[in-house]
Design a protein around this ligand. Structure first.
Ligand SMILES: NC(=O)c1ccc[n+]([C@@H]2O[C@H](COP(=O)([O-])OP(=O)(O)OC[C@H]3O[C@@H](n4cnc5c(N)ncnc54)[C@H](O)[C@@H]3O)[C@@H](O)[C@H]2O)c1
Length: 713
């Protein structure tokens, strides 16, 4: 052993080749935290003087190196530009020193090598990997660019075209693709990974491979002509800018850094990368996206705790094979839990199965599963019109029509047929879980499990704890959601639960704006510019105006402040049976495009209707539109937190991001309020106090503002 630390060690193999092994103490994965980087620096210093024939870099964990330690980013980025610069120079010196070692070097990649992990790998001369290896640079997803030489070495290794694509998309790249594009030199079986790496070094020693040539290539300017360079980078910039949009500056900054550095040697190119990194690290977008990552980890950890008391689920059932029931059955079967799908109508079953088949065909077309697997998944769904076999189900999801009376009848009947320990969960989107529980003999076995439409796509599941739901019921439902590949957030019962309770005040603000003379197309544009994937009018069309009218009535019955004392366009469209996307017209008109997807077109009739229903005519600035919409949404999020509907700001914000597409780069409603500053937010809200209680700050919020607090501190 010539070096031994807590994160890595260096030994000399019998072949005379050194082996640097990453094995971070007390951690399931290797990552570049400060301590690991410090040890790497020491190990490289030892290697510079070591009498060895070459170096193999490998991992003793199940995967290689997952990347930098993102939990250190928030404090690191807060240190300021000067400190970040010093850090970057220091770390990059380690990677460059490794690249310059006086003997050939090979990275032996088992499993994941992302971000800093792959930057280390491309600092070596060669890379040999297992077939399971996943490589790439996901930094742009955190609002930054690769900072340990990724933008410098990758284009010099695999060409500017590929590098632009890899880095600006942040994609995970499978071993096969990485090999075909030249980022990996060989793919071998795991059991001969180290031997394969040693054999590459032997070939260098024997003169069969010239590793010095690769070093020259990686440390020199790109070998493109000025014309080629222009074509490659200008095309990439155009594509990246339109894909990422104006709110995500990282992808375009990365491409521009690679373009600027293309004519430079390693030192110059690294300097360009540092500057790009520093610029991005200082943005609020990066801070919010890093926080999103941390939130995700937080939810993962929380779910682990929440499902500790879970009972095993080997068989499930769903009542109602409609849009939701069909999606739930598909998702359960896909992830390996067999499911009975019961409906009262054969057409329902046919529809549910057709939905599952459609989803599976998509998976087959994408090459994710083969026909055999599709057959197996489909045979995991048992469509039936009878309750036969329901006693085998460990959990039954109720997804019949949204009508409290029908649901109560169905639930009571169901309870008399299932086992005493079977959990029953309702997928209602609005009806009180406690109200439904009143018809049950075992309300402790009952809770809500609210999926979002379309089930296979939407990651969030709200698990609603009723007053009488047992911990075991909640734990088991959380575990089932996780097993289905979803992200569960446990919330307490109230009308609309978390997400719809917050969404409807936002729609209320929308209706009020129209009533005050705002043009709904302008509202959509303003909110889309703010970062929403779709504006509120478009979103209402997608949800369906019938659903919106129904849910609004439930919310208004539950909360006085959500009553709307105005005649709304939503109601009028519903009365006219213009239900949005599903009927072909609503706020917009819809026709099918060539691929059969609904295409949105203007609807002059609704525009006229909206204008005629306005009680005043006023020109609105986008800023006022955004403020009115966001104040209503943020205030209700704050109330949900104050009322204990969710326990933490993170859960509230993640519910909005995962459930309704709140712009991730803004980090969620509470994070957005934090970014404005609580006092500033109260000042904005106060401008709209006349519009009603929805817009008025709570006493607690004002207290927090005076105490200079925020939600994420
Ligand atoms: N559609 C959405 O966007 C959405 C989103 C979240 C939650 N939900 C909720 O999911 C539930 C189902 O909604 P959907 O959109 O799938 O409705 P849907 O109308 O598409 O399907 C309901 C199905 O239930 C069947 N059904 C009716 N009574 C039944 C009974 N006694 N036993 C078995 N099946 C019965 C119907 O035949 C129909 O196939 C509702 O509670 C709804 O609020 C819907």
């Amino acid at each position: 052993m010539i070096y031994s630390g807590k994160a890595l060690s260096v030994d000399v193999l019998p072949s005379g080749i050194a082996n640097l092994v990453f094995d971070l103490e007390d951690s399931s994965v290797n990552k570049f935290d400060q301590e690991t980087l410090g040890e790497l620096q020491e190990a490289v210093a030892v290697l510079q003087k070591a009498d060895v024939l070459g170096l193999v870099v490998s991992s003793a964990k199940k995967t290689f190196i997952v990347g930098a330690d993102i939990t250190e980013f928030t404090s690191k980025f807060a240190e300021g530009k000067q400190q970040i610069y010093i850090w970057l120079v220091e770390v990059n010196k380690i990677f460059s020193d490794l690249e310059d070692l006086p003997f050939p070097t090979v990275a032996a990649i088992n499993g994941i090598a992302l971000g800093g992990g792959f930057e280390l790998a491309i600092s070596a001369d060669y890379r040999v990997a297992t077939e399971s290896a996943i490589v790439g640079f996901p930094e742009v997803k955190l609002g930054i660019l690769p900072g340990f030489g990724g933008t410098v070495r990758l284009p010099r290794l695999i060409g500017a075209d590929n590098a632009n694509q890899w880095i600006s998309s942040g994609s995970h790249i499978k071993a096969k693709q990485a090999f075909s594009e030249g980022a990996l030199d060989a793919i071998v079986n795991e059991d001969i990974l180290i031997e394969a790496a040693e054999s590459i070094i032997q070939q260098c020693i024997n003169g069969k491979l010239d590793y010095t040539k690769i070093r020259v290539q990686k440390t020199s300017p790109l070998t493109l002509t000025p014309i080629e360079m222009n074509v490659v980078f200008e095309t990439a910039k155009g594509m990246v800018a339109s894909a990422a949009g104006p709110n995500y500056p990282a992808p375009i900054t990365a491409v521009m850094a690679m373009q600027e550095a293309a004519v430079m040697d390693r030192a110059g190119a690294l300097e360009v990368e540092h500057q790009g990194f520093i610029k991005l690290a200082a943005t609020e977008v990066a801070a919010n996206l890093v926080q999103m990552f941390l939130n995700d980890q937080f939810l993962g950890g929380l779910a682990k705790k929440q499902q500790a008391a879970a009972r095993p689920i080997s068989m499930a059932a769903v009542l109602g094979a409609g849009i939701m029931g069909g999606g739930i059955a598909y998702q359960s079967a896909l992830k390996g839990t067999a499911i009975i799908m019961k409906d009262i109508a054969q057409e329902g079953l046919d529809l549910g199965l057709a939905e599952a088949r459609k989803q599976l065909n998509k998976q087959v077309a994408k090459g994710r599963i083969d026909g055999n697997k599709m057959f197996n998944i489909l045979s995991n769904i048992d469509p039936t019109l009878s309750y036969d076999g329901i006693d085998k189900a460990d959990i039954v999801l109720e997804a019949v029509v949204e009508n409290p009376k029908i649901k109560q009848v169905v639930l009571a009947e169901l309870e008399s047929l299932v086992r005493e320990d079977t959990i029953i969960a309702t997928n209602t989107s609005t009806i009180s879980v406690d109200g439904l529980a009143t018809v049950l003999k075992r309300p402790e076995n009952f809770c809500g499990m609210h999926f979002f439409n379309p089930v296979p796509v939407m990651p969030l599941v709200e698990v609603i704890r009723g007053e009488k739901s047992s911990d075991e019921t909640v734990a088991t439902t959380v575990a089932y959601a996780k097993k289905m590949g979803k992200i569960p957030i446990v919330v307490n019962n109230c009308p609309g639960f978390l997400v719809n309770r917050i969404l409807f005040p936002y729609f209320g603000a929308f209706s009020r704006l129209i009533n005050d003379g705002a043009n709904y197309k302008q509202i959509d544009r303003a909110m889309e510019r703010f970062g929403w994937p779709m504006g509120p009018a478009y979103l209402l069309d997608v949800i369906g105006l019938d659903t919106a009218v129904h849910a609004q009535a439930v919310m208004a019955a539950g909360f006085e402040r959500m009553k709307l004392d105005i005649d709304t366009v939503i109601d009028r469209l519903f009365e006219q049976k213009d239900l949005g996307q599903k009927s072909g017209s609503g706020f917009y008109l819809y026709e099918q495009d060539k691929r059969g997807k609904p295409k949105k077109l203007p609807n002059p009739v609704t525009e006229q209707l909206a204008a005629s229903m306005a009680s005043t005519s006023k020109e609105f600035e986008d800023e006022e539109i955004v403020q009115r919409m966001m104040v209503a949404m943020c205030m209700e999020t704050i109330r949900c937190l104050e009322d204990g509907i969710v326990s933490t700001a993170i859960e509230a914000d993640m519910g909005l991001v995962l459930g309704i597409g709140f712009p991730p780069f803004r980090g969620g409603a509470l994070r957005y309020v934090d970014s404005l500053g609580l006092s500033q937010f109260c000042e904005i809200a106060d401008k709209y106090a006349d519009l009603g209680e929805l817009y008025q700050p709570t006493t607690k919020l004002r207290d927090m503002a005076s105490a200079n607090e925020n939600f994420y501190s």
